[in-house]
Design a protein around this ligand. Structure first.
Ligand code: SF4
Length: 204
């Protein structure tokens, strides 16, 4: 593995894990399209995807007792490597009580071709799903998912399906691309699915 390949990096009190650059979306606001790295990290573009062993080794180099959360995030959609992600989560759970979060576009079931929420049980503490829009049409023009129509409903269904298996299910909208009215609508959508809404700033 080349030295400048960023597999894990620190953001505030969290350790972030960057396992893949693959993503079925092309969101208009995606940081991948606007910058090389975030929060002073080296480039998050991977020369190749790190193996599970390499990811575990990279995580083991941090003193996890000093951090509040471990987050699967990075420049890509973490559930593109769901099987590997869960192997890494198992590795972490065996060694540390640190809470584990996945930041996701919520399209895991479409990506993996099966219902995936039950697999998160006992391994993932928080799932943070990008809601981004309050209807399918806006969602598709903003996120441009390769699965096309039906993606928005699949994302909502995935959110609902996580609730019995994951203690903390959160939906997010980005503040700069949503009006106050849309944020309120988003809150009602999230709560209707059993999730919470977080309005997040553009950079985080
Ligand atoms: S889902 Fe995330 S990684 Fe994928 S294009 Fe959208 S913002 Fe970027």
């Amino acid at each position: 593995m080349k030295k400048d390949m960023t597999v894990t990096y620190q953001v505030k009190n969290g350790i972030y894990v960057n396992m893949t650059n693959r993503c079925p979306c092309a969101c208009a606001f995606c940081l991948r399209q606007n910058a090389d790295g975030v929060y002073g990290s080296n480039s998050l573009w991977l020369q190749r995807e790190p193996t599970v062993e390499e990811v575990c080794r990279s995580i083991a180099a941090w003193d996890l007792s000093q951090y509040e959360e471990l987050v699967f995030c990075g420049y890509g959609e973490p559930t593109e490597r769901l099987d590997d992600l869960l192997k890494v989560a198992k590795f972490v759970k065996a060694r540390s009580p640190i809470p584990i979060r996945i930041n996701t576009n919520g399209l895991s079931d479409l990506i993996n071709g099966r219902p995936t929420a039950p697999e998160l049980e006992d391994l993932i503490d928080t799932v943070s799903i990008s809601l981004n829009a309050t209807n399918a049409e806006d969602y598709e023009s903003l996120c441009r998912p390769k699965f096309g129509p039906g993606s928005y409903d699949a994302m909502l269904a995935f959110t609902r399906s996580c609730v019995p298996y994951v203690p903390n299910v959160v939906m997010t909208v980005v503040d700069v691309v949503t009006s106050k009215e849309e944020q309120e609508k988003s809150r009602r959508i999230a709560e209707g699915l059993g999730a919470k809404l977080r309005v997040r700033p553009y950079e985080s």
